[in-house]
Design a protein around this ligand. Structure first.
Ligand code: C2E
Ligand code: MG
Ligand code: MG
Ligand code: MG
Length: 284
């Protein structure tokens, strides 16, 4: 269904508009109005503790319901938001909304899940993320330990003192720092020591080939043993099959995220998962 909408959107644009620049401008105009028109919503995807099967935390994923074009996916509009600077107000909105929501869970269960928020490199380059995070935690009352920021390897190769300092200060607040899509960037393992990283998220592409390709399996087990010796948590992304889950569990991977347990879901559905006691069941 998601992909359907994506296709409709590009069909709309190719039919109605003659070039890419026109498409971009139309999307940009729409994006400028999206926040005030309240067209954004957050979806939540469970991150599950493999040993117990319990819901441990979740990743917040931004969705844009554009009335005219239907659902526009982040891969389409995040790059545009980054280029236009709109990622700053949008990123603020996402963080505040997610932290406010996570506070609600603490009133409903003794074991409220943590929350992971994707951060764009542009945010660290353009604003003081430490201030944003600190203000948001104060405003919402969320304990820092329940928040994790997901950053990409591309941020770590930017040799910028102010960025590095922000990462250290965010970590000093008690907030977790996760490397997203690990293994796809310009990996230099040295930055795992240089930066105050708490978690590695193994990219979906390695999980996809895990059970069929011995090289993907070797990469995953190397990441797992390295993470163990560096005392980092590991989340496997894009786990869709039981065989993948089993292989990861046996290899010592602690956390699983993917369609096997659940796709990202709207808030009402996620609140039900938060309330439910005991291990999560696979999504049918
Ligand atoms: P990401 O952070 O790596 O998020 C994981 C993506 O994988 C999500 O795509 C999720 O829906 C998808 N996914 C999860 N499990 C599975 C699975 O089992 N199989 C498959 N095939 N896919 C799975 P989504 O929601 O389309 O987001 C795409 C990217 O957009 C994200 O990648 C992230 O980089 C970016 N993004 C999303 N929300 C935000 C946001 O609030 N701020 C920023 N800066 N970027 C965001
Ligand atoms: Mg992410
Ligand atoms: Mg990822
Ligand atoms: Mg990604």
């Amino acid at each position: 269904q998601a992909k359907e909408n994506g296709r409709n959107l590009s069909q709309f644009f190719t039919r109605e508009m003659n070039d890419e620049a026109t498409e971009r401008r139309a999307l940009e105009t729409a994006l400028h109005q999206a926040l005030e028109r309240e067209e954004f919503v957050l979806h939540y995807q469970p991150i599950v503790d493999v040993q117990t099967g319990n819901l441990s935390s979740c990743e917040v994923l931004l969705r844009w319901h554009q009335p005219e074009y239907g659902n526009v996916y982040p891969d389409k509009f995040i790059p545009l938001a980054e280029d236009t600077g709109l990622i700053i107000p949008i990123g603020e909105w996402v963080l505040q909304k997610a932290c406010r929501e996570a506070m609600i869970w603490a009133k409903k269960t003794d074991t409220p899940p943590g929350v992971s928020v994707n951060m764009s490199s542009r945010q660290f380059q353009r604003i003081n993320v430490v201030e944003l995070v600190q203000n948001t935690l104060e405003m919402t009352g969320l304990p820092a330990e329940r928040l994790t920021l997901e950053i990409t390897e591309s941020l770590l190769i930017v040799d910028d003192e102010t960025v590095i300092e922000q990462l250290h200060k965010v970590r000093e607040l008690g907030v977790g720092l996760s490397i997203d899509d690990f293994g796809t960037g310009y990996s230099s393992l040295s930055y795992l020591r240089r930066f105050p990283i708490t978690t590695i998220k193994i990219d979906r592409s390695f999980i996809l080939d895990l059970t069929s390709d011995s090289e993907a399996a070797a990469v995953v087990s190397a990441i797992l043993s390295m993470a163990q010796s560096l005392n980092l948590k590991v989340v496997a992304e894009g786990v869709e099959k039981e065989t993948q889950m089993e292989q990861l569990r046996k290899g010592g991977c602690e956390y699983i995220q993917g369609y096997y347990f659940s796709p990202p879901v709207p808030i009402e559905a996620f609140r039900l998962m938060v309330l439910k006691e005991g291990p999560m069941q696979p999504d049918e």
